[in-house]
Design a protein around this ligand. Structure first.
Ligand SMILES: Nc1ncnc2c1ncn2[C@@H]1O[C@H](COP(=O)(O)OP(=O)(O)OP(=O)(O)O)[C@@H](O)[C@H]1O
Ligand SMILES: [Mg+2]
Length: 334
């Protein structure tokens, strides 16, 4: 059975089960955001797109030649696959278990008054400000922000997820959280993201579109880009020209978007340095009682071409800095 027939059959089953299938010709809701409009064709629209392509007139040629089959593009195929997988009602979407996150001490939108929420409110403010600078004071790639640290286990993923949640709670900002720790992706464990195509596929295949890989979530304004399948030349991919192209698309497609990268540690890996070379801002997490100053200095020395490096002290004794988190060094351009 062809993709079109399978999708049409699924639609018919849904109709019989009483599901409401929106009319593709109906206007989109006035408030629908451009990314939603673009990425979520109604099932009928997707099928119509495929049908019209396969019903295209056969190329002119000798009468004996059979009409040439027009293969659907890969992104059509992905959309059709999504229709089948998600019953045509939802695609590229994950539900983050917010109760579980909250129980583990993370910022969640339904607990805006918690201490951790307050701490990240302070941390995000200069980051957002820097991302929004315009004209002469604009920072190159200012809305590309990488959360890193010198060594493993200092709280990068914890800080990246919290920062993303906190920024998503802003009224006029959308956030894309990217799993940039491509060798050891942690967002699947923390947020329950599936092992679907992600950053590495965008860099290797050239076949999937950014909007095919981005996952919307149940947190308003928050989307996630998974790391993608392991690749032995990940460092070269992250440092490549294609990475610059993908990042440009991520950074510029929506003017209100802030892109936050969870990343590997700087000292033991080369991936983090490759990523850092593209960023407009770097948030360096320092574990209060364990990171040696020497390690922090070495890590800072690996960062090139980034105007803004902010330091965040994690796991600090509350009596030292007033809160668990705190800024550790200045945030002026270096
Ligand atoms: N401020 C904090 N409060 C509570 N738990 C924290 C805090 N910072 C980190 N953790 C916990 O410490 C553990 C290590 O943190 P995390 O995974 O964020 O480190 P990481 O720097 O991303 O590690 P890796 O280098 O392996 O990627 C996790 O279980 C995380 O939830
Ligand atoms: Mg991590």
């Amino acid at each position: 059975m062809s993709l079109i027939e399978q999708a049409a059959k699924r639609l018919e089953e849904l109709r019989r089960a009483g599901a409401e299938i929106p009319d593709a010709a109906a206007p989109q809701a006035a408030q629908a955001r451009p990314d939603e409009v673009e990425r979520i064709p109604t099932p009928e629209a997707a099928i119509r797109g495929l049908s019209s392509r396969s019903a295209a007139p056969a190329p002119v040629g000798p009468a004996t030649l059979a009409p040439k089959q027009v293969a659907p593009s890969r992104s059509d195929a992905l959309r059709a696959r999504d229709i089948r997988r998600s019953d045509g009602l939802e695609q590229n979407r994950i539900d983050i278990d917010l109760e579980r996150l909250k129980a583990r001490g993370f910022v969640t939108p339904d607990a805006p008054k918690s201490q951790i929420a307050d701490e990240f409110r302070i941390i995000k403010r200069p980051i957002i400000h820097n991302a929004r600078r315009t004209a002469v004071s604009a920072i190159r790639n200012g809305n590309l922000i990488m959360v890193t640290s010198a060594l493993p286990g200092e709280g990068k993923t914890f800080a990246a997820v919290n920062l993303a949640m906190s920024v998503a709670m802003e009224l006029d900002t959308t956030v894309l959280l990217v799993d940039g720790d491509v060798a050891h992706p942690e967002l699947p464990r923390v947020l329950g993201t599936p092992s679907s195509p992600g950053l590495l596929e965008l860099l290797t295949t050239g076949q999937i579109d950014v909007s095919d890989a981005i996952l919307r979530t149940n947190v308003e304004n928050l989307s996630v880009l998974p790391a993608g399948a392991h690749h032995r030349r990940a460092t070269e991919l992250l440092a490549s020209e294609q990475m610059a192209v993908v990042l440009h698309e991520l950074a510029t497609r929506y003017p209100d978007r802030i892109v936050i990268f969870d990343s590997p540690p700087l000292l033991p890996t080369t991936e983090a340095r490759a990523l850092a070379s593209h960023m407009g801002q770097i948030v360096m997490v320092v574990a209060a009682d364990s990171t040696r100053q020497h390690a922090v200095n070495l890590a800072l020395a690996t960062i090139e071409n980034c105007e803004i490096v902010l330091m965040v002290l994690n796991k600090a004794d509350k009596t030292d800095v007033g809160t668990y988190y705190g800024y550790y060094a200045d945030e002026e351009p270096r």
